[in-house]
Each structure stands twice: as structure tokens, then as C-alpha cells.
Design a protein around this ligand. Structure first.
Ligand SMILES: NC(=O)c1ccc[n+]([C@@H]2O[C@H](COP(=O)([O-])OP(=O)(O)OC[C@H]3O[C@@H](n4cnc5c(N)ncnc54)[C@H](O)[C@@H]3O)[C@@H](O)[C@H]2O)c1
Length: 275
């Protein structure tokens, strides 16, 4: 086992990459707390992971609300007595209102001309600020035990956007800055901090973007996305969970401040005979 008797918090762990990570961690000897807004799926994932070995529990937590982040860290310590690993998977497009605000916002059309202040703030709160404050809550426990692994999910879109989304890609670029700064600051405490930049990965992330499509159309779209990848397939949640496991284990103990692209060869172009 690669993570014997470790304890992890996986935010955004209800579905997709976080869910695959929770299941993998349980198989590798790690107890986990799934921190997510999706209670139904979060509980299902916790149950499924627990069956694989180590205990996995669900704590309802919206990472746009600092009080809920603090509560999640407290619940983790109460239940397991420590936190060794933080995986930051929560992200995507926020709903029409943040947890701790009465201010509604709308998702504007794509393009810099349509940039909306409310949506910008919400995007950065979910995809950047929430992760910074989650790190703030867990770092003291990691510093005290002189051990910790923090893995945050950014996006390959930072360097190679598949479509314009300044709000989302700026937040994800911020994750790289956050990781570099924390890696520097926390290295003397034996805490490794790394980012993963996924390329296109088949997860519920695309559900809102494909809401009007039939299942057949969705599969065709995923297959088409796979054709833009040098390895000629769309990625799976397990491809990312395997990389999270690497960064969480002692196999990567001399790596910190790294941002690893996991994109099937992207942003390289697809190989074609030219001459
Ligand atoms: N799928 C891709 O192609 C892709 C590519 C690059 C980056 N990403 C990033 O990967 C991460 C994981 O996404 P995924 O692809 O597994 O999709 P996903 O939608 O299955 O997972 C995102 C999870 O975050 C949770 N979440 C959303 N808002 C939250 C909040 N305010 N507080 C707590 N939890 C919240 C969701 O409920 C969900 O469980 C995201 O940060 C996403 O931006 C995805």
C-alpha cells in the first residue's frame, strides 16, 4: 500500500476525479473525508470507498464559505485526529449565488467584452480563494506533525485554452501561483505542494456544458475531443487519481512546487505525416 494509515481531505470528492481519488485512496490504506456540496453523490462515494478498505466519510462543505471550510477541518480532526493530505478538486462553474452571499450573478456570454463582475468574483472564489483558505485551515496541522501533501487541481486550459473563459482560466492560473508560493513557504516543514493540470477528462464537469445533448451526442462529443489529443483518447478520472496518488505518496517525496500536465500529450499537436 502507498498510503498506509494516512488521512486525507478531498474537496470536490463527490464525483469525477475526486471520487476516483477517494476510491483509490481507500484501496491504498488512506482514510478520507469527502468535502462537497453534492450531498447525495458525496454520501454514495463515501460508502463505495469505505467498502474498499479504509473509512471514508462525507462532510457537507461549500468551499466558497470559509466557515464551512473550517468546520470541515474540525470534523476531520475530531473523527481521525490528523490530516496528512489535502486534495483540491472542487471547481467548475458556480451556481447563481454563492453560499454566504445574497448577491445573485448571471453567467455572461463568452468573451472579454461580456466580462461580468459578479461572475468573475464567483469564479475566482470557487476556483482559487476557496482552495487558498482550505490550505490555510489544514497547514497548521501539517506543520505540527512535520508532514503533509497538498495537491491542487488546476487546468491545462491555463496554457492552452480550448475556448475563451478568462474567469475560469485566470483562477486556474492562480492555483499555480498559490502552489509555488506554498511549496516555498511550507518546504521547511516537510510539506509537499503540487498542482495537476488536466487536459480533457471525461467527468460530470461537462454536464452543464452538454445539458442539451442526448447521451449519443455526448459520447460523440467525447470521442471528438479524444481525437484532439496526441494519445488519441479523452482522459479518465482514474488517470488523474493515479497522478494524485503519486503526489500523495513517498514516490514523489523530492518533488514540490511542480505543475504537472496530465493531458495525453496536449498541448502537443496530434501527429500527422506532413511530407
Ligand atoms: N474534466 C475536465 O476536463 C477538467 C479539465 C481541467 C480541470 N478540471 C478541474 O478538475 C476539477 C475536478 O473536476 P471534475 O472534472 O472531476 O468534475 P466534477 O464536476 O465531477 O467534480 C467537481 C466537484 O466539485 C464539487 N463542487 C463544485 N462546487 C463546489 C463548492 N462550492 N464546494 C465544494 N465542492 C464543490 C462538485 O459537486 C463536484 O463533486 C475541477 O476543479 C475542474 O475545474 C476538469
Amino acid at each position: 500500500m502507498l498510503l498506509p494509515d494516512k488521512v486525507a481531505i478531498i474537496n470536490g470528492g463527490a464525483t469525477g476525479m475526486g471520487r476516483a481519488t477517494a476510491i483509490k485512496f481507500a484501496e491504498e490504506g488512506c482514510s478520507s473525508v469527502i468535502a462537497d456540496v453534492n450531498e447525495a453523490e458525496g454520501k454514495k462515494t463515501a460508502e463505495e470507498a469505505s467498502k474498499k478498505g479504509k473509512e471514508c466519510i462525507f462532510v457537507k462543505c461549500d468551499i466558497t464559505d470559509i466557515k464551512q471550510i473550517k468546520n470541515c477541518a474540525d470534523q476531520t480532526i475530531k473523527k481521525f485526529g490528523k490530516v496528512d493530505i489535502l486534495v483540491g478538486c472542487a471547481g467548475g462553474v458556480p451556481k447563481s449565488r454563492l453560499a454566504n452571499s445574497s448577491q445573485k450573478f448571471e453567467r455572461p456570454k463568452r468573451g472579454i467584452a461580456n466580462l461580468g463582475e459578479g461572475f468573475w468574483d464567483a469564479m475566482l472564489t470557487l476556483n482559487l480563494k476557496g482552495h487558498a483558505f482550505f490550505c490555510k485551515e489544514v497547514a497548521p496541522y501539517m506543520i505540527k506533525q512535520k508532514f503533509g501533501k497538498i495537491i491542487l487541481i488546476s487546468s491545462l486550459g491555463v496554457y492552452s485554452p480550448p475556448m475563451p473563459s478568462s474567469e475560469y482560466h485566470s483562477a486556474k492560473a492562480g492555483i499555480i501561483g498559490l502552489v509555488l508560493n506554498l511549496a516555498f513557504e511550507l518546504a521547511p516543514h516537510n510539506i509537499n505542494v503540487n498542482a495537476i493540470l488536466p487536459g480533457p477528462i471525461k467527468t460530470p464537469f461537462y454536464d452543464p456544458l452538454m445539458a442539451s445533448m442526448s447521451e449519443k451526442e455526448k459520447e460523440a462529443k467525447f470521442a471528438e475531443m479524444g481525437k484532439s489529443v496526441p494519445l488519441q483518447r479523452i482522459g479518465t478520472a482514474e488517470d488523474i487519481a493515479n497522478t494524485v496518488l503519486f503526489f500523495s505518496s513517498e514516490m514523489s517525496s523530492y518533488i514540490t512546487g511542480e505543475s504537472l500536465i496530465v493531458g495525453g500529450g496536449k498541448p502537443l499537436p496530434v501527429y500527422r505525416e506532413m511530407l
